[in-house]
Ligand binder design. Structure first.
Ligand SMILES: Cc1cc2nc3c(=O)[nH]c(=O)nc-3n(C[C@H](O)[C@H](O)[C@H](O)COP(=O)(O)OP(=O)(O)OC[C@H]3O[C@@H](n4cnc5c(N)ncnc54)[C@H](O)[C@@H]3O)c2cc1C
Ligand SMILES: O=C(O)[C@@H]1CCCC=N1
Length: 396
């Protein structure tokens, strides 16, 4: 007899745990290829408790690491295809300025990968920056490179579009069903709060909950979950830093000696509000994200206040609105895309370290290929779990 929740008593080809942007794109690719696919999500959709919610994300070709720069051309094409299928705008081209000291190795690597991949770019000195972007007060000696391809992805809309695309291809999405048990085997059995399901392969894309699901499978990845303050700043002159005024996205490397990058998006989603954030946060369990931290636990906001008042003087000096989101960071901030070292039909996508949204179409394709036992379209060395000390080697 079929277990509760199974379609016609049959086996799924793949079950995916977690309908954030990575799990949803994995499911979409599998369903497009005609695979019987089940996507499970613990919360009723849409929800704002993981990493994929919110109005906007940056998309850019400018990456210091060659392995991400190489994936971006295909990622842009896949976003464009989804946009056409969904019949709605998901991407707005704004350009992105990478700002930093000219001798900074990360800045130089961004310039190099842009040139290598023939991405249209433009260099600015401090003087030409001030002339072209009067809203910016660069630091002494700071330079910039403009990645013309970059822009904003409308995140909530994109997540919905990929889930709708998955369903249109015949995929099954069950939200409000938390996975509570995974029994490995040639056939993997997945128990949820709503039923029991079986599949030939399982993909775990659980964002900040990844290690909670992996613990009973005998694996713990070196992941740190961080609570991120998403800060919006009021324009003194409405629209001055807006998309219509052609203000670009920003990525400031080593701004004000800060240990992490500061990034920004032009005003668009909330009229009159510019998103400027610190690329780090405070360690937090995803279940406790909304517990208010003490004021002393907000050093990132102080760093941002100093940055905004000196660097972007056309914005108010304090955030006008703060939202929250989670990062799941690996020690080197490279993703984990690999098989479970013991159970080779269990695949993991984790540790997207605050920069995975733009790459989700390609990440989903790679996780789809791994789950089908195919050769991956891109070299997976940077993403293997064997790069971490004291972790068993991949079963690949
Ligand atoms: C503030 C902020 C700004 C960012 N900016 C950018 C940017 O500009 N550009 C960029 O490219 N990236 C950016 N990112 C990163 C990007 O958003 C993330 O890398 C990406 O959303 C991670 O997606 P995910 O699917 O891995 O995780 P999630 O979105 O967290 O999805 C995991 C899902 O798994 C579900 N789940 C977990 N456990 C279970 C269970 N037991 N049963 C069922 N379901 C379960 C969760 O509920 C969740 O829905 C940003 C992230 C944040 C937080
Ligand atoms: O991935 C991105 O582009 C953003 C900005 C830089 C830091 C993290 N996310």
């Amino acid at each position: 007899m079929a277990a509760a929740g199974e379609p016609h008593g049959s086996l799924y080809d793949t079950i995916i745990v977690g309908a954030g942007i990575q799990g949803s794109f994995t499911a979409y690719h599998l369903a497009k290829r005609g695979k019987e696919t089940l996507l499970l999500e613990q919360f009723p959709l849409p929800h704002s408790r993981g990493s994929s919610h919110g109005q906007s994300r940056i998309i850019r070709s400018a990456y210091p690491q060659e392995h991400y720069a190489r994936m971006m051309a295909e990622s842009y094409r896949l976003w464009e295809r989804l946009e056409a299928e969904a019949g709605t705008q998901l991407y707005r081209q704004t350009g992105l300025l990478v700002l930093g000291p000219s001798a900074d190795p990360e800045f130089q690597s961004c310039c190099r990968t842009l040139a290598q991949h023939r991405v249209p770019g433009q260099l600015f000195t401090s003087e030409s920056l001030c002339r072209c972007f009067p809203g910016i007060r660069p630091y002494c000696g700071e330079v910039a490179v403009l990645d013309h391809t970059a822009g904003v992805l409308y995140a909530d809309r994109a997540l919905r579009a990929v889930q709708d695309g998955f369903r249109r291809c015949g995929g099954a999405l069950r939200d409000g069903e938390k996975v509570t048990g995974i029994t490995p085997g040639v056939v993997v059995t997945v128990t949820t709060s709503g039923g029991v399901y079986r599949a030939k392969t399982l993909v775990i894309t659980a964002g900040p909950w990844a290690n909670k699901l992996l613990a009973p499978l005998g694996l713990q990845l070196p992941l740190q979950t961080l609570r991120i303050n998403v800060c919006y700043w009021q324009e003194k002159v409405p629209g001055a830093y807006g998309v219509s005024a052609h203000f670009p996205c920003l990525l400031a490397i080593r701004a004000n000696q800060a240990s992490h990058h500061i990034y920004g998006l032009p005003s668009n989603e909330y009229p009159g509000l510019v998103k400027i954030c610190y690329h780090s946060g405070s360690p937090a369990d995803p279940e406790e994200r909304d517990r208010l931290p003490e004021a002393s636990a907000l050093p990132d906001i102080q760093i941002l206040c100093d940055f905004v008042s000196k660097y972007l003087p056309g914005l108010g000096p304090q955030p006008a609105l703060v939202e929250h989101c989670m990062y799941t960071n690996t020690p080197d901030e490279d993703f984990v895309l690999d098989r479970h070292p013991t159970f080779s039909n269990i695949i993991m996508g984790a540790g997207f370290s605050g920069h995975g949204f733009k790459l989700a179409p390609v990440v989903g394709k790679l996780l789809c290929e791994l789950s089908l036992g195919e050769a991956p379209s891109y070299a997976l060395e940077p993403f293997r779990i064997c790069r971490f000390p004291a972790q068993p080697h991949s079963a690949l």
